[in-house]
Design a protein around this ligand. Structure first.
Ligand code: GLA
Length: 383
């Protein structure tokens, strides 16, 4: 992929890039909507990545080219403002560049940029975080800006929150930055501590992408975010403002009368999900994969009933796959409202088994899900 990116760069810009970087997509292993509530979450970086090639220009223009569409967008270095909807893909590297400058990067000239990817599009594997992290690494290198990994991860999230306008937590950028091959990233989102633990060697991940995307997915994510904030506000009453992470189920029961039923259920999901993540970490370290699988299923059940960010297609995929031989557990992975189901399986689960799930799904919904198995990979780097 690197060679073909360089070849395309030369064709488009007439010279070789000075820097090439890459950053992986991620699976949300467990910890659903816990990140922006100061909670805990685990994710796995994949061996599928976004790559970015960059070279300095002599003027003050930033040229963004897309390998996918072939289009080129020019932005003035002295006017880094959000691009219109049709050029939304530019906002990820552009926002990252803006916040790198705010963090101290000195840009005396513009750049040419080309990206490419082997991350399946729209599969809920967070290609946006991957492009943010790959851009951050390439830009920091190109302008010789010294920043540690956590700073680059935070800049990726800042871009998403304040430039793109999506109120996400730090899961996607954290895993894309701190991921390790054969490792699982554990994030404490309150302290922003990132640690990696070994993945059990005899397991596989399968992704079943429903290819369904709720039309209002961004609005629904923001709505869940706001419901969680309402709950933490009520729970914090009389003291300093604290995120949902700081409370347990007893605290929640004590204020139940002050919350609407919806807000109560959202908060219950997040509080219990934090407990599941802590338990999953303990069981993973103890080698109890069956126990971990049960927690994955419980997480999905809670999404289905309490957080209501699942949908018929995802529920059907989880129900179908989790009864099959060799499957430890399955759950929706990521924001929800469509997207993908992740299944953790042993090595006996085969492509044939996955195809069987596809067929059963097709009989019900009239089309096949996108199915693939994926391996873990390393976090963002210059290559
Ligand atoms: C999306 C967001 C993440 C996280 C998950 C849900 O992937 O980008 O920050 O909130 O949804 O857990």
């Amino acid at each position: 992929m690197k060679q073909s990116l360089i070849t395309s760069f030369v064709r488009l810009f007439g010279r070789v890039p000075e820097v090439v970087s890459q950053a992986p997509g991620r699976i949300e292993f467990i910890g659903n909507h816990t990140d922006y509530n100061g909670g805990v979450v685990m994710g796995v970086a994949l061996d599928k990545t976004v790559m970015v090639a960059l070279a300095k220009r002599t003027d003050r223009k930033l040229i963004f080219a897309s390998a996918k569409s072939g289009e080129k967008i020019a932005v003035d270095l002295d006017d880094l403002k959000k691009q219109e909807r049709e050029y939304n893909w530019v906002n990820y590297p552009l926002g990252v560049f803006k916040y790198l400058i705010e963090a101290g990067l000195k840009a005396d000239c513009g750049f040419d940029m080309l990206d490419c990817s082997n991350l399946p599009a729209g599969a809920g594997l967070s290609s946006s975080a991957a492009i943010e992290l790959a851009s951050a690494f390439a830009m920091a290198k190109l302008y010789d800006f010294q920043a540690d990994l956590k700073t680059l991860v935070r800049i990726g999230r800042k871009c998403e929150n304040h430039f793109v306008g999506m109120p996400c937590g730090i899961l996607d950028q954290g895993v894309s930055g701190f991921g390790k091959k054969d490792g699982i990233v554990f994030i404490d989102c309150l302290t922003e501590d990132f640690s990696t633990y070994p993945l059990p060697s005899n397991c596989k991940f399968w992704l079943f992408n429903s290819t369904k995307k709720h039309a209002l997915v961004d609005g629904l994510y923001a709505e869940r975010h706001s419901e969680c904030m309402q709950a933490s506000k009520v729970l914090s009453e009389g003291g300093e403002s604290r995120p949902l992470r700081s409370f347990n189920v007893d605290d929640l029961e004590a204020v139940k009368d002050k919350l609407s039923d919806v807000v109560y259920r959202r908060a219950k999901h997040v509080i219990e999900e934090n407990d599941r993540v802590m338990k999953a970490k303990e069981l993973l370290l103890a080698g109890d994969i069956c126990g971990v699988g049960k927690l994955l299923n419980a997480s999905h059940e809670s999404s289905r009933k309490l957080f209501e960010n699942s949908c018929e297609e995802l529920d059907f995929l989880v129900d179908t796959v989790s009864t099959m031989k060799g499957v430890y557990g399955a759950r929706l992975s990521g924001g929800g409202f469509g997207g993908a189901v992740m299944a953790l399986t042993d090595e006996s689960f085969s492509q044939e088994d996955a195809d069987k799930v596809s067929e059963i799904y097709e009989q019900k919904f009239g089309k096949k899900p996108m199915v693939f198995t994926c391996a873990s990979g390393d976090g963002a780097k210059v290559i």
